[in-house]
Design a protein around this ligand. Structure first.
Ligand SMILES: CCCCCCCCCCCC(=O)SCCNC(=O)CCNC(=O)[C@H](O)C(C)(C)COP(=O)(O)OP(=O)(O)OC[C@H]1O[C@@H](n2cnc3c(N)ncnc32)[C@H](O)[C@@H]1OP(=O)(O)O
Length: 180
């Protein structure tokens, strides 16, 4: 089925903010996290930026592939905001096309390609040198829609409790919970 942008999705260009402060991908409270900043795009698409820090190295001076996969995963996960669903990564297939040095800003773009029941198919690219620069990484993913219970049942009680007592976190979770 063709993906449908939720009528209450953030407007194109709107900065999405972190879905969780401790998230390694987007949270502001993780000193060595990616601090990835995502914006709503047109249709069911997202743009995001992430600058590779020394803490993200694999080979000397180069980004670790797993960190780049995280950047793709996080950008793809941000598509949740446009569908207003909660979904987790089931499958993530990554191509590493060129090395990404420390200090480089990765310009990411992701879009939902199809939705079938709980299955959300998507793809993403990460470019270097600018939003129109050469592709350094790309991914295809399958996200699976879940209920909030997924996190309550599987997460650690300490973090769940802390998140539930944070009014901002509750507000974000509610925004995802209101489905069409
Ligand atoms: C509060 C705001 C927070 C918002 C939080 C947002 C967080 C975003 C963070 C970034 C994203 C992440 O890294 S999320 C973290 C990484 N991911 C995870 O931890 C997920 C771990 N996996 C799981 O919990 C589970 O396997 C699920 C939930 C993905 C699926 O389990 P399930 O619910 O029992 O569903 P299941 O019946 O198995 O699968 C449903 C359909 O999907 C298909 N399917 C499932 N997995 C796969 C797969 N790997 N490859 C192909 N197909 C698959 C099945 O064949 C089936 O198709 P059919 O028979 O219907 O055709």
């Amino acid at each position: 089925m063709t993906p449908v942008r939720h009528p209450d999705a953030p407007a194109p260009g709107e900065l999405l903010g972190a879905h969780y402060g401790e998230c390694f991908g987007c949270g502001g409270e993780q000193p060595h996290g990616l601090h990835l900043q995502a914006r709503a795009g047109e249709g069911v698409s997202i743009t995001a930026e992430f600058t590779v820090q020394p803490a993200h190295q694999g080979a000397p001076g180069l980004a670790h592939g797993g960190v780049l996969a995280t950047a793709l995963d996080e950008t793809l996960g941000s598509l949740n905001w446009l569908l207003r669903t909660i979904a987790v990564t089931g499958r993530l297939e990554t191509d590493f096309v060129r090395p990404v040095p420390v200090g480089t800003t990765l310009y990411l773009e992701a879009e939902v390609t199809a939705v079938a029941g709980r299955k959300i198919y998507s793809r993403a690219t990460g470019r270097v040198g600018g939003p129109e620069g050469p592709v350094a990484v790309r991914a295809e993913a399958l996200f699976i829609e879940v209920q909030v219970d997924h996190f309550v049942n599987h997460g650690r009680p300490e973090e769940i409790k802390a998140a539930m007592s944070d009014p901002d976190q509750i507000r974000r979770a509610r925004a995802f919970e209101v489905n069409p």
